[in-house]
Design a binder for this molecule. Structure first.
Ligand SMILES: CC(C)(COP(=O)(O)OP(=O)(O)OC[C@H]1O[C@@H](n2cnc3c(N)ncnc32)[C@H](O)[C@@H]1OP(=O)(O)O)[C@@H](O)C(=O)NCCC(=O)NCCS
Length: 164
């Protein structure tokens, strides 16, 4: 699977393609978000990210949004804000494609390391991040809302320096 060149919109060339997220994607994006997460982002959070010009991309298949990611990049560090694939399309390699594109775009914007938080109760995502080279570097106690209380976050990071 190949990562997307960071600055290309390839939707014209391929039926399954990555392109920057637009405001008119937000209904489709949020429809995936509420099916994928027990504690989803609100539409306003996505809108704020777009207006803040955070790198935000969608994966399109047959004209429909299948997944997306958002991150912030500043001072040589990128922070993954959200990576998500529509539940009916899990397990087909889309999450890995999104993550590789995210890393490529972060590198293209000068990031030397990338951070993320993930729930310890999300072993699929943790396995994906490990398999792409992320390591656990810490834990944020009670970071996430959870049923009946809060859940810690695992903090993971990858160094991009020296990679191709
Ligand atoms: C995490 C997520 C993005 C993975 O997307 P995906 O398209 O299903 O993942 P892929 O098919 O690309 O799988 C890539 C790797 O992830 C791991 N993985 C994915 N789902 C897994 C599962 N249910 N159990 C164990 N490992 C899993 C595997 O290592 C897999 O590699 P393999 O197929 O070679 O074994 C997707 O499950 C998702 O959107 N979940 C809901 C939102 C979410 O939790 N996002 C992460 C927030 S931190």
């Amino acid at each position: 699977m190949s990562a997307l060149a960071p600055d290309r919109d390839d939707t014209a060339a391929a039926p399954n393609a990555l392109r920057p997220m637009r405001e008119d994607d937000l209904d489709a994006v949020h429809a995936i978000e509420i099916r994928a997460y027990e504690f989803p982002w609100t539409p306003g959070i996505f809108r704020d990210c777009l207006r803040a010009d955070y790198p935000s991309w969608v994966l399109i298949e047959d004209g429909r949004v299948l997944g997306y990611f958002l991150m912030s990049v500043a001072a040589g560090e990128a922070h993954v804000l959200n990576v998500c694939v529509a539940p009916e399309a899990h397990g087909c390699g889309h999450g890995r494609r999104l993550l590789r594109a995210l890393l490529s775009i972060a590198r293209g914007r000068g990031a030397e390391r990338v951070f993320l938080e993930v729930r310890p109760s999300n072993p699929g995502a943790i396995a994906l991040y490990h398999s792409e080279g992320f390591n656990e570097i810490g834990r944020r106690p009670r970071y996430y809302p959870a049923r009946g209380g809060r859940e810690d976050a695992l903090v993971m990071a990858i160094e991009l320096l020296g990679e191709g």
